[in-house]
Design a protein around this ligand. Sequence first.
Ligand code: 5GP
Ligand code: MN
Length: 337
Amino acid sequence: MVEGELKQMKRLLDSPKKIVIVPHKNPDGDALGASLALFLFLKAKDHKVNVVSPNDYPEFLKWLPGESEIIKFDQDNEKGKMLLSEAELIFTLDFNDFSRTGEMEKFLQKSSAEFVMIDHHQQPSNYARFTESDTAMSSTSEMIYNFLEQLDQLSAVTPEMATCLYTGIMTDTGSFRFPSTSSQTHKVIAFLMERGAKNAEIYQQVYDTNSLDSLHLLGVALMNIRVLKEYRAAYISLSQEELDAHNYKKGDTEGFVNYILSLKNIIFAVIFIENKQEGIIKMSLRSKGDFDVNRIARKYYHGGGHRNAAGGKSLDNMEKTIKKFVNMLSEYENELL
Ligand code: 5GP
Ligand code: MN
């Protein structure tokens, strides 16, 4: 944030305000970790603040400090709408386009609040009075740390806030192994541990949460891997029947796509997950190195994300989706061969 903006922001936060914090739809550890840390900070500063999530999120995030106070827009619609219409300041975290909030989109558009965007995805939209957008950052949670530092408020970081930010950074960096993890990221992590984030406990809360069903579903997914050796690509498909057979719950397929990238000589990985209720195939795309999956998610799959991790959806059935996907690969032949 440049000098002038920072001054304005400090002035805005100087007196109690009505504030709403919004993570993206299907929020992940980073979106919720960043939102809750900021929520706890602003609450302690006597603002009237709420986190309004577009919808629900996986069980493995339902222990985060402050989580029980989150309002889910799809379940508590009237309250959510009221908070959005009354808000003076709205922070949008871990996304950069209103369309990432589903049904909330039109209410955000209508709002007369000042917007603050803090995000690390590509190609930000232009809706915010304050835009903090940096694709080089490991996570939005690391950016919240930077935001607090700019406000001279690192001394206000409690063990609960540290736990939220640690969770966000850990989940978005694949436990500190993705290329976006910088030496600065590790310094922030060290600070958060000093402030009370318990690394081993947090890891267990997030990752050691499998049910027998979800491990069996992983087994099915791994058996379903198909390799397109000539393109250094591989994919997994999971049908609604396969999900149902293992009592699929939100979050059960988290991380499955990453197993594909552990295959030697594979640099492009995709998982196709059928959602009969929504009539879509939800997709997660991953890559290694320079191969940019964000542009593919944008061009073909109504989505987006980062160079090495993006998401989107297909409106075709599974068979057609996969057929089109395989055909599409030839377009990127010179990058994949
Ligand atoms: P995931 O595959 O884990 O759901 O998401 C990977 C990355 O892509 C995340 O940074 C996420 O925010 C982004 N992403 C996932 N789904 C979508 C989508 O439908 N639209 C956009 N723009 N980004 C997405
Ligand atoms: Mn993120």
